[in-house]
Write a protein that binds this ligand. Sequence first.
Ligand SMILES: Nc1ncnc2c1ncn2[C@@H]1O[C@H](COP(=O)(O)OP(=O)(O)OP(=O)(O)O)[C@@H](O)[C@H]1O
Length: 236
Amino acid sequence: MMQPVIKAVDLVQVINKKTVLDGVNLEVFPGEALGIFGTRGTGKTTLLHILAGIDRFTSGTVEILGCDSRKSNKFKPHLSLVTQERSLFQELKVAENLDFLATLRGGSRATITQLVERLELTDILSQPVRILEAGEYQRAALACALLNNPRILIADELIKDIDLPSRRLIIKEVQRFMADGGTFICGFSNMDYACQMSRVAWLAKGRITWYDPAEARSEWQRQVQEFAVKSGEAND
Ligand SMILES: Nc1ncnc2c1ncn2[C@@H]1O[C@H](COP(=O)(O)OP(=O)(O)OP(=O)(O)O)[C@@H](O)[C@H]1O
């Protein structure tokens, strides 16, 4: 049977006495696009950062590429994370970020050139990251994340509130990453994006319910409708 690239068992995260993750179990398989959906503050970022091996957690186990994430760092060269907060070097130019991160994480000149071309970064290469618009920033951040040719890409709200051309370029690049055998995990709070995923993990009250994308969308519509009826907004 196919081994999962990431596996979490009974994962619990308590932050300031609040149980944010309350026994999460999940397996992500090679080549999957797993969407982690939740409304505001439900713990998507918390979960994604634990799955990326960058945050400690209260209890449970997390295996990334067969390594216990608390005991080994061996998975690190094969995993990249695009955070929701802007984590590229703000004062450096886009080109400098690419060069620096390629040196740090291993990425060839040819890879930089290809990513710059595909994500249409040429015109912003000499701009400092801090002045980029949201879509420009996300394209640059994705390029930086793909420099080292990772097997796993984890992203938090990769295409939220960005211009349509950027969104199209990013979706195309992620599809390319997946066609090359990559595994993608993405946190999102807008159900419109569910169709980009192969499975949806819906996070609520610290726990996950699994859906296929179409089911998740209809469940979301049902909940929105129910909420509208309860609050007296619906006419029928
Ligand atoms: N460092 C922290 N200190 C205090 N509370 C935190 C911290 N990190 C997360 N939390 C709390 O944990 C809960 C989950 O936060 P998290 O950012 O993971 O949710 P999210 O689903 O990603 O939210 P959003 O959609 O707003 O980004 C929230 O209630 C938040 O207040």
